[in-house]
Design a protein around this ligand. Structure first.
Ligand SMILES: Nc1nc2c(ncn2[C@@H]2O[C@H](COP(=O)(O)OP(=O)(O)OP(=O)(O)O)[C@@H](O)[C@H]2O)c(=O)[nH]1
Length: 298
């Protein structure tokens, strides 16, 4: 008997109940009313689903989606309807008392006289999303200090500079470098040097606001981004940070770890490289005038 002779043991309905996902039909009326007239399958949520209710009205259920997921899903539906393009998006499903899951949706639109109808599938993609998040974190994080790395900082700086240009709001940066770090390594060993970097990262982060970002650029060099902060305030903050570091015992005695800091403020529309260059020059000046100080180039 060939493979083709083996009778199919499942009909379409039985098959759908076996797949790890949901097959659905979604309808959006021209007046905005939404419904899910057909939905079969499993594995998307362990919470009970009122299919009759969804067949009547899906608006109420969709409005329960968390955070930005509802507007994101609505705009994906709108784009798909406008261009008759495939719908492909994801959202979080967090029914009360049940584990939150990431659901991936993929559907094809079809114009109808009174609206648009989609046929598609939904699947639990929670494992895939947490793997993506783990890899993204790995790409963006300095492994020693757990601070954001240079790559993450440049993305954030680009974003903040564009906001600052658009709204005319201040943005300052600090370039920080540990003084004579080579001596610390030579005198107390590399492991102790690593420990200084880790403790300094934690301390500096605790002294900044949650909307600020401090990143490790590499070696003993760090950069902090301070949105909505004019350079005068940034200078004061840098000085406070410098003091706290100098007075802290990093396990090798008070006063053994000091920072030189260069500060600069973003000039509306300037290239990011030139802002960094000014902060860098200010840092060189701080080193030149004797270290353990903050410099600003006018
Ligand atoms: N422990 C440790 N040391 C590092 C790490 N990355 C870079 N270094 C060391 O940091 C030292 C930096 O030395 P330099 O560039 O001469 O700077 P410095 O000694 O701080 O001198 P100034 O910046 O001029 O005050 C070198 O000895 C590097 O080996 C790290 O991840 N861990």
């Amino acid at each position: 008997m060939s493979v083709n002779d083996i009778p199919l043991s499942l009909n379409a309905e039985q098959l759908i109940s076996q797949i790890p996902g949901v097959v659905f039909q979604f309808f959006r009326h021209h007046n905005g009313h939404m419904s899910i007239p057909f939905m079969e399958g499993a594995g998307v949520t362990s919470a009970p689903i009122d299919r009759d209710q969804l067949a009547e009205d899906a608006n109420t259920a969709l409005e329960q989606l968390t955070g930005a997921d509802y507007p994101k899903l609505m705009s994906a539906i709108e784009r798909s309807a406008q261009g008759m393009l495939p719908l492909a998006t994801r959202f979080r499903l967090a029914p009360p008392g049940h584990k939150a899951k990431w659901i991936g949706v993929s559907a094809t639109p079809e114009p109808m006289p009174n609206g648009v109808r989609w046929h598609g599938i939904m699947m639990d993609i929670s494992d895939q999303v947490s793997e993506e998040q783990r890899l993204r974190k790995l790409c963006d994080t300095d492994p020693l200090t757990s601070l954001p790395n240079r790559r993450k900082l440049m993305v954030q700086l680009t974003h903040l500079a564009s906001l600052s240009s658009r709204h005319g709001t201040p943005l300052s940066i600090m370039m920080l470098d540990i003084d004579h770090f080579k001596h610390i390594n030579d005198r107390w060993g590399h492991l102790q040097g690593d420990d200084v970097l880790k403790r300094l990262a934690t301390l500096a982060q605790s002294l900044l606001r949650s909307e600020d970002m401090i990143a490790r650029l590499g070696g003993e060099e760090f950069m902090a981004l301070l949105p909505l902060t004019p350079v005068k305030q940034c200078h004061q903050l840098a000085d406070r940070l410098r003091h706290q570091i100098a007075e802290h015992d990093f396990g090798i005695g008070v006063g053994k770890v000091t920072l030189s800091i260069g500060v600069a403020e973003y000039r509306c529309g300037e290239p990011i490289a030139s802002l960094i260059e000014r902060a860098d020059q200010a840092l060189y000046s701080a080193k030149d005038v004797g270290r353990d100080c903050v410099c600003l180039l006018s």
